[in-house]
Design a protein around this ligand. Structure first.
Ligand SMILES: [Zn+2]
Length: 334
């Protein structure tokens, strides 16, 4: 029994169709498959959700609320810190493979503990094609993933980032984003050719969707929180390095919600179409992080009979991002 968890960053489940994504459509309609939606942890950013995929716990336990953390009055990349609890890779040390098209995810998901991981040590390789935001291009990821699948690890986690990249740069409704969906779907056929269908359960998820930016510039919280307060703005969510009254933040135009966190910081999110500044980001056409972007793709397919353990979870309703680690353990351990 083997499990492949394939993560397609920012894949909006409404885009799943025989026209745009024929290979994924075929996977979704395979015998015993189940397709539905999942729900991101807040903030609906890439790293907190990947940390939850890998650990099975929410940000209050793994410690990553947005793509950065605030430590000793400094904004630090979540990949430098990693989740504060064990991950799937710790459970299946000798039997796991990670191929992650965002090198920072190696640290975020604790993938250095895997038997094999790429990019090595989470460092951006110098000799590969990069996407327009500077992450490993899907083509580079696919080559490593296909090679890795041939080695038949019991647990393989793969990640493609191009839909997120093109949705950020051109907007999630853009033709460029549609083309990214089409290209990612083309990779699915090559992955299918690299696996033994009857021996594997395949889980395909996304970490969030994106909203189109409709209002510029970004929301500036500095007049409310004070000039000296640390801000880690992440699209339509923001981490504030201070304990603040949620009601005070929600008095700011565009702020939709806020929550005080146990670690002394405050998380806030904005209305769809808005984003947090304070500065305009002219390259940003699509954003995520707020409640409106919590939708995830949740698909279970493959030919191994144990896939039903995961398919049942999908059929039961929106799958919390924290559920997948337990689902994977249940398939590998039973
Ligand atoms: Zn993402």
């Amino acid at each position: 029994m083997r499990v492949l968890l394939l993560i397609l960053d920012a894949f909006d489940p409404v885009r799943l169709s025989p026209h745009l994504t024929p290979n994924l459509w075929s996977w979704a309609n395979a015998d015993g498959a189940a397709t539905g939606t999942g729900e991101a942890v807040m903030a609906a950013c890439t790293y907190p959700n990947h940390a939850s995929f890998a650990t099975g716990v929410p940000p209050s336990e793994h410690g990553i609320y947005v793509n950065h953390v605030i430590r000793d009055d400094q904004v630090v990349g979540a990949w430098e810190v990693g989740p504060s609890v064990p991950t799937l890779f710790d459970s299946y040390v000798a039997e796991s493979l990670a191929v992650l098209g965002d090198h920072h995810l190696v640290g975020v998901m604790g993938a250095r503990a895997a038997a094999s991981h790429w990019p090595p040590n989470g460092d951006l390789p110098l000799d590969i094609e990069l996407d327009p935001l500077g992450y490993p291009a899907d083509s580079a990821v696919l080559a490593r993933l296909v090679a890795g699948l041939a080695e038949a690890a019991r647990l393989t986690i793969g990640y493609f980032g191009s839909i997120d990249t093109y949705s950020h740069l051109f907007g999630p409704e853009s033709e460029e984003a549609r083309e990214a969906y089409r290209r990612v779907d083309g990779r699915i056929a090559e992955i299918e050719a690299a696996i033994s269908w009857d021996e594997i359960a395949v889980i395909v998820v996304s970490d969030h969707i994106q909203n189109t930016v409709e209002d510029r510039p970004g929301i500036d919280l500095r007049p409310v929180v004070g000039e000296g307060t640390i801000l880690a703005d992440e699209g339509s969510a923001i981490l504030i390095g201070a304990t603040l009254e949620p009601t005070e933040l929600m008095s700011v135009d565009g702020v939709a919600g806020a929550r005080s966190l146990d670690d002394g910081n405050t998380l806030a999110w904005c209305e769809p179409g808005r984003f947090f500044g304070p500065f305009d980001s002219p390259i940003l056409r699509g954003v995520h992080g707020n409640v409106a972007t919590r939708t995830q793709l949740a698909m279970v397919t493959g030919g191994h009979p144990k896939r039903h353990l995961a398919a049942d979870v999908v059929n039961a309703g929106p799958v919390p991002a924290t559920a997948w680690a337990g689902v994977i353990r249940s398939m590998l351990d039973q």
